[in-house]
Design a protein around this ligand. Structure first.
Ligand SMILES: CC(C)(COP(=O)(O)OP(=O)(O)OC[C@H]1O[C@@H](n2cnc3c(N)ncnc32)[C@H](O)[C@@H]1OP(=O)(O)O)[C@@H](O)C(=O)NCCC(=O)NCCS
Length: 186
């Protein structure tokens, strides 16, 4: 199981450009064009949190990505998984981690785009057992209440930090094996 890593804006942009049209509508609330995605990524302030799971420890391609914009006790969430990596538990892992990061930073409410027919997102939120109140704007948004920081959220962040160290130690070995076996994971 590879770590959840902070990612660059370029990596997020590449990830978003690989999403299928249906996922783009769910992610942005409308069919975002390439230009819109580029402008969106450009406008992300350096203070926002961008993280995800790469497709392998030797690849820069992001399978599942999260953008969190924190504003006081509220944060805006953007989450997506590439079509070929859906239903592998990646979205759940990055969202759980995001919730823990936010709890550890004093956030109590998460806002997200949530189209009325986005049953995967609603099922995912339900699985995390956190409270959702869908707001009234044509029900295209969700407000999610999260608990205060606890020893569980602090340990979750520390556990992932350890995984990052293990992944970076394993990376040269994985690259060596890939070269020997002629595997392309990019
Ligand atoms: C929502 C999304 C991020 C889930 O990512 P994912 O990596 O496929 O999710 P996981 O594999 O971790 O699934 C975790 C849980 O979510 C729920 N879930 C995910 N996809 C589902 C689907 N197609 N139907 C029903 N439930 C689903 C399930 O409860 C699942 O647990 P289970 O596999 O034990 O049943 C993904 O569907 C996506 O990218 N959607 C488009 C973008 C989007 O809607 N973003 C939200 C607004 S910003």
């Amino acid at each position: 199981m590879s770590a959840i890593e902070f990612i660059t804006k370029e990596q997020l942009e590449q990830h978003l450009l690989e999403l299928d049209p249906e996922s783009l509508v769910c992610r942005f609330g409308y069919p975002a064009s390439k230009e819109t995605i580029k402008r969106y990524v450009e406008s992300i302030p350096e203070t926002d949190l961008l993280f995800g799971i790469k497709v392998s420890i030797t690849s820069e391609r992001v399978a599942s990505a999260v953008h969190l914009a924190i504003n006081g006790k509220t944060a805006e969430l953007g989450i997506s998984t590439l079509p070929e990596f859906k239903r592998r538990g990646y979205g759940e892992r990055v969202l759980r981690y995001g919730v823990d990061l936010l709890r550890n930073r004093g956030v109590t409410q998460i806002y997200s785009i949530c189209m009325p027919d986005n049953s995967p997102l609603m099922a995912l939120i339900r699985k995390l057992n956190i409270t959702t109140v869908t707001s009234s704007y044509g029900q295209k948004e969700a407000m999610i209440s999260i608990p205060m920081a606890g020893i569980d959220s602090i340990l979750a962040e520390l556990r992932n930090d350890r995984l990052i160290i293990i992944d970076s130690a394993m990376k040269p070995w994985a690259q060596l094996w890939e070269r020997m076996l002629n595997i392309d994971t990019k």
